[in-house]
Structure formats: C-alpha cells, structure tokens
Design a protein around this ligand. Structure first.
Ligand SMILES: Nc1ncnc2c1ncn2[C@@H]1O[C@H](COP(=O)(O)OP(=O)(O)O)[C@@H](O)[C@H]1O
Ligand SMILES: [Mg+2]
Length: 500
C-alpha cells in the first residue's frame, strides 16, 4: 500500500475531494432554490386563483347565487384531474367541493373499501379543513397527499359568513426536486470520474520530473556524476528552473571533483619525484664499500635539497588547503608604501638583481600582512627566477577604483600570451623542466590567486614596459588612512609557509 503515499494518489484524492465538495454545495443550493422557488410560484398561482374564486362567489346575488357560483367552480375542475382541491362552506346546503369523497364523506360514503381507522383519519382531515383559520398552510390529507391550502373567511352582502378553500398538490414540486437530485447525481458522478482521470494525468505530469530527478540523484549517489536532468522546452517554469539548477549543481560538483582528483594526482607526483631522487642517491652510496667523504657530502647536499623541496611543497599544499577557510585571512591595518618597501628590501638581499620600487601610493589596507607578504614574495621570486644576473625587478602598489593593485615587473623573457590565464592554476608551469631545476612546483601563483581572492581581489598577468613579464594582484580597499583606521584583527605576524 506504499503507493498510497505517492504524489499521484494524493493529488487525485485531493482533486476528487474538491470536485465532490463543489458538486455537493451546488446541489444543496440548487435543490433548495428549486424547491422554494416552485413553492413561491404555486403560492402565487393559488392566491390569484383564490381571488378569482372569491370574486365569483361574492359577486353572485344572495346566498343561493353564491352557492350556484361555487358549485360551478367546483364542477369545472374535478380534483383528480387538476390536483386542485376546491371547497366552499356556504349556509343553506352541504359543503360544496370538487372532492366530495374527502369533505362530504358521511358514514359509508364510499366506505365499503375503507377501514374504520382510515375513515376516522379522513373525517379528522375534513374537519380541520372546514374549521381552518384563514391563510396559507401546508397540510397532509389522506389519499390526496400534501397540499398547499389557501383559506378565506368572507361575508356575503347580507352578512352571511362564507368559508372558501383552495388547495394545490405539492407533488409537482417534489417531482421537480427529485429531478434535480437525479440530474445532480448523474452529473456529479461524471464530474468525479473526470476529476479522477484528469487528476491522474495531471499528477503523472507533475510527478514524472520528480521521479526523473530522483533517478538522477540515485545514480549520482552511486558515484556516477554524468547523468543530467536536461530541462525540456515544454516543461513548467518551476520544473525547468529546478532541473537547470540541479544540472548546474552537478556540473560544479563534477568539475570540483575532477579538479580535486587532478590536484591529488599532481601533488602525489610532485612529492614522489624528490623521494625517487633521494632513494637513488642513497642506493648509489650504499653500493660503495668505502665512499669518499666528498661523495658522502655530495649525496648529503642532494638529499637535503630534495628534502627542502618537499618541505616547501607541503607548506604550499597546506596553504592552498586552508585557502577557503575564514581564518585564512587575519586582517590588520597595512600601510602599503612602507610595507612594500620593507618587503622588497628583504628580498633584495637574496639575489643580484637591480631591485627597484615603482609607484607606491600612500594608502592603508585592512588586509592580512603575512598573506600579502607571501603573495608578493612569490611574485618577486618568479621575477628573479626569470631574469638573468643584473636584470631588473620592480615592485609597485597603486591605488585604483576601490582596490590597491600590487604588480611586479621584470625584464626577462615574459609570459607567452596563451599561458597567461593558466599560470595561476595549481601545478601549471610554462616550462616544466626549467621550473623543476629552479625548485618550483607551479603552486606559487596559485597561492597568489588564493590570497587575492581571499581579499576580494583578482590576479593579472601581462607585458612589462621593460619587455618582460608584469604579474600582480588586487586587494579590495583601501580603508581609511592613518593609525585610526580599521581595527586590527587579532592574529600574529609569525611566518607562515612561503615559496621564497
Ligand atoms: N615573471 C615571470 N616571467 C616569466 N614566466 C613567469 C613569471 N612568473 C611566472 N611565470 C610562469 O608561470 C608559471 C607558474 O608560476 P608559479 O605558479 O610561481 O610556479 P613555479 O614558479 O613553481 O613554476 C611558471 O612556471 C612560469 O612558467
Ligand atoms: Mg614560482
């Protein structure tokens, strides 16, 4: 019975219930409306006929004339033929009526076939009609059924009291109401059937994209990221929007998954290379029965270099692993110009290049000084690696629309246009063999990008006016000037991993 919990039976039941409720309400309204309208109509007819009857009796001359007029009216419309009961109590004779059986039934009138109980009931009914108060009432009469009866008490010109009665069977009203009920019963059943069929089709249409989505989700859950909802033209806007965002989510998931896999593969590869070198060198050493002290020192140097390389690589990997965390950036007030000058001075001591300061705008930033230093050292280190001894390496920091742009220019060979977008990708190197010799694994610029993005900025790479490369990044800001600037966030200035 689990299908009962499904969308389709629920929708069908809901639609059917609404249709049944509407049909029921409409039925009650029409049934009662029909009944009361017919009753009003027959009361109107009855009154106007009673007016005519009364006129004919009252306009006759004397009591005798009145009796004759009443008899004429009664004789003209026998009860059985018209369902109209007419009677008049006028002194000087028996009750005048078109239904003598009911009103004049003396003992044994036609009583041969009637039981004493029935006769008693008929007599009681006759008495109540003959003594009725004036006005319109509904009564039940034996044999005649339900009647709407109008009674009037009048006085002839000579003062003689007269009672006139006119009744009409309510059977036609009842028949009309039964007809309405029957029509509604049939119409309601058809409407309900239509509701069930329509609801089933509708529910199928609503449920099918959900079922498809559940299928796709199940396949994704089992490890296959390739299936997609593929929104279709005819689908409802909401379903299309859902399918599209579902697919976009899967695209991103698949992309992230692929990048993650590639990252892990690249990282493993980069770590394996120094391990292989170390192992090879140690094996060479082990094969020698009595290695010379020079040989031992040579192997030691090589092993230490590779260990350093692995250390830097793991540091960089750790930095990138934490790049998405909030704690990656601990903001403090950074006075850009002295900060950049000091940093360049520190790097200048490590290589024989012509280090220069370009334009330094006097601005303050709410930024993480350690991360900024890490990114700038990576840029400066790249410039050093790609220039000859005595080459130019220049650092600048300019204020631009809403940002501060840091850039490093050099007069080296520059970066091929086709590589400029990808050099910021993890492990991307333009010339792998050269970088390998110089110790880079292709993570330096990825870290620059992570630092820039963590500060709401972007990266850029282009041509330097000196003919080499110009690589840099922006940081959102600057904040208010001076020491009264942005509150310095908690956080030490201790060294964190760097490729320098
Ligand atoms: N100043 C530069 N001049 C020429 N090429 C550069 C420069 N900076 C970066 N590149 C290129 O970008 C690549 C990526 O740089 P990076 O991410 O720092 O990796 P790595 O320095 O470890 O190779 C480098 O391999 C190099 O090919
Ligand atoms: Mg580098």
């Amino acid at each position: 019975m689990t299908w009962l919990g499904g969308l389709r039976p629920r929708l069908v039941a809901g639609v059917a219930a609404i249709v049944a409720l509407c049909a029921g309400l409409a039925f009650v309204a029409v049934y009662h409306g029909t009944g009361s309208e017919l009753r009003r109509q027959s009361a109107r007819d009855l009154r106007s006929d009673m007016d005519a009857f009364a006129r004919s009796v009252m306009s006759a001359r004397g009591v005798r004339g009145a009796r004759v007029a009443a008899e004429r009216s009664a004789g003209g419309q026998p009860f059985r033929a018209t369902s109209r009961l007419l009677y008049a109590v006028i002194p000087g004779g028996p009750v005048i009526t078109n239904e003598p059986e009911l009103l004049n039934a003396g003992p044994g009138g036609d009583g041969a076939t009637e039981s004493p109980a029935q006769e008693a009931r008929e007599r009681a009914a006759a008495r109540s009609l003959l003594n009725a108060e004036p006005g319109l009432t509904e009564r039940h009469l034996p044999d005649a059924g339900n009647l709407l009866v109008d009674v009037r008490r009048l006085h002839l010109a000579d003062g003689t009291p007269v009672l006139l009665g006119l009744g009409e069977s309510t059977a036609p009203t009842g028949r009309a109401k039964r007809g309405v009920a029957k029509a509604f019963g049939l119409g309601g059943a058809l409407a309900l059937l239509a509701a069930v069929i329509g609801g089933t089709l509708l529910a199928g249409g609503v449920a099918s994209p959900l079922r498809r989505m559940a299928g796709v989700a199940a396949r994704v859950d089992s490890g296959d990221l390739s299936p997609r909802m593929a929104a279709r033209r005819g689908q409802a806007t909401e379903v299309r929007a859902l399918a599209e965002s579902f697919d976009r989510m899967l695209d991103r998931l698949q992309d992230a998954f692929a990048r993650q896999t590639a990252f892990v593969a690249d990282a493993s590869h980069e770590l394996r290379t120094p391990l292989t070198v170390i192992r090879g060198q140690l094996e060479v050493l082990a094969l020698q029965a009595a290695p010379s002290p020079e040989e031992v020192r040579r192997v030691e140097r090589l092993v230490l270099t590779e260990i350093d390389r692995m250390g830097r690589l793991t540091e960089d990997l750790l930095v990138l692993a934490h790049a998405d965390e909030d704690a990656f950036v601990r903001r403090a007030d950074v006075a850009v110009a002295p900060f950049a000058a000091e940093l360049l001075e520190g790097v200048a001591a490590t290589a024989d290049r012509r280090f220069a300061l370009g334009r330094l705008d006097d601005v303050h930033l709410a930024a993480d000084p350690d991360r900024l230093a890490q990114a700038l050292r990576n840029l400066l280190r790249n410039a050093i690696e790609h220039t000859e001894s005595g080459g130019l390496v220049r650092l600048e920091a300019r204020r631009a629309a809403g940002v501060v742009a840091f850039a490093v220019d050099d007069d080296g060979p520059g970066i091929p246009v086709g590589d400029r977008a990808r050099i910021f990708d993890r492990f991307h190197r333009v010339d792998a063999s050269r970088s390998r010799r110089d110790g880079g694994a292709g993570l330096g610029l990825a870290i620059v990008k992570a630092v820039a993005e963590a500060h709401g900025g972007t990266v850029f790479a282009g041509d330097s006016p000196e003919g080499g490369a110009r690589v840099g990044f922006t940081v959102r800001g600057p904040g208010p000037r001076g020491p009264g600037g942005p509150p310095a966030a908690a956080g030490g200035h201790g060294s964190r991993g760097s490729t320098v």
